[in-house]
Design a protein around this ligand. Structure first.
Ligand code: UT7
Length: 328
């Protein structure tokens, strides 16, 4: 029997129109364009309007994806919604998105793996396709990071932005799609990157709000050290395991946390900078949104059979890499 692989057959993205530049941030905190650009590679990021949630961005992205692929929302079997900023703690944003786009035949769930969420979701969705039972799986990655960012904390507010992308997975019999995945977690890393309050240990209270504990807390340097090693190691490991040389890799699609981490990963893989997708300069770190937004922006340059390495590192810690053959 021919092996079924899960191929990406459509991709789309959405970012809100409002732009927050480094100059704008200079008015909010003690920072400057030079520091942000040289330390992170970020110039500007997008901010979603008050009153809208991550599912509103996902709605725009998914609606466009369905049009591009020429299918109805009712044909979708499963929605995997990767986010750390769901519209609400519950119900899952996957349910809300299904309702908004009219995916009345789908089931769905949210997947929480911070910045590695989208690649965890891609592997998850891929296994549903491989089972032969599910034919159309929508994997969404997006975050309204501005909803959990403290715009008086210069350590974090310069880094993150809002955005959402999504891909459609369908069965492929030519060997294109997800070929291999190496995914990891280490909960020991939770101390260095987290949101202190709003969960079951520390529900929201006047005290938690006063202590500004509903925002991202990050010990940047420590996370940086783990991220740079984790992302580079796992990217090299997946190349080795699949006998891929740098020449075989058409594109590196890295999570966009810091341009220096991206450069270190590309160097370790021996992949030339011209083959590295980068959108951190104009979107910042959109957490679950970075990788699908890159695929969306680069879609016209991708060719059938291209070898892509997707790599990410995030809170948890979570990290991993996926080897994917582009299918169209
Ligand atoms: O996506 C999920 C995973 N996250 C990551 O991978 C993020 C990993 N970490 C990083 O990317 C970097 O650590 C940051 C970009 C967050 C910070 O860069 P850094 O080079 O590690 O800076 P630092 O935290 O060591 O701070 C260096 C200095 C400090 O001043 P002193 O103590 O040397 O006087 C900071 O207070 O820079 C200061 N600083 C700033 N200065 C101007 C911190 N933030 C700012 C700022 N503007 N926005």
């Amino acid at each position: 029997m021919t092996k079924i692989t899960a191929a990406i057959t459509a991709v789309n993205g959405y970012v809100p129109p409002k732009i927050l530049t480094n100059k704008d941030l200079e008015k909010l905190v003690d920072t400057n364009d030079e520091w942000i650009t040289s330390r992170t590679g970020i110039k500007e990021r997008r901010i979603l309007a008050d009153g809208l949630g991550t599912s509103d961005m996902a709605f725009e992205a998914a609606k466009g994806l369905l049009e591009k692929r020429g299918i109805l929302a009712t044909e979708i079997d499963l929605i995997v919604f990767c986010t750390v900023t769901p519209d609400m703690v519950f119900p899952a944003s996957a349910c809300i998105l299904a309702d908004k786009i009219g995916a009345t035949n789908a089931f769905g769930f949210d997947l929480s793996a911070a910045c590695s969420g989208f690649i965890f979701g891609l592997e998850t969705g891929s296994r549903f396709i491989q089972s032969g039972v599910y034919k159309k799986v929508l994997v969404v990655g997006g975050d309204k990071m501005s909803s959990i960012i403290d715009y008086s904390d210069r350590n974090t507010c310069v880094i993150f932005g809002d955005g959402c992308g999504c891909v459609l997975l369908e069965p492929n019999l030519e060997g294109n799609g997800v070929v291999d995945a190496i995914l990891k977690v280490d909960g020991g890393g939770r101390h260095f990157l987290h949101q202190k309050a709003g969960g079951s240990i520390k529900p929201a209270s006047h005290e938690t709000v006063d202590a500004r504990e509903h925002f991202v807390y990050q010990e940047g340097q420590t996370v940086y050290k783990f991220a740079v090693k984790g992302m580079a190691d796992v990217s090299a490991e997946i190349m080795e395991r699949n006998n891929l040389t740098a020449d075989d890799v058409a594109w590196l699609v890295p999570h966009q946390a810091n341009l220096r981490i991206i450069d270190a990963t590309a160097n370790r893989m021996g992949v030339d900078k011209s083959k590295v997708m980068i959108n951190i300069d104009h979107f910042g770190n959109t957490t679950n949104g970075t990788i699908p937004l890159l695929l969306w922006e680069w879609e016209s340059q991708l060719k059938k059979g291209d070898n892509l390495i997707l790599a990410a590192f995030g809170g948890g810690f979570t990290w991993g890499a996926i080897y994917l053959k582009w299918a169209y």
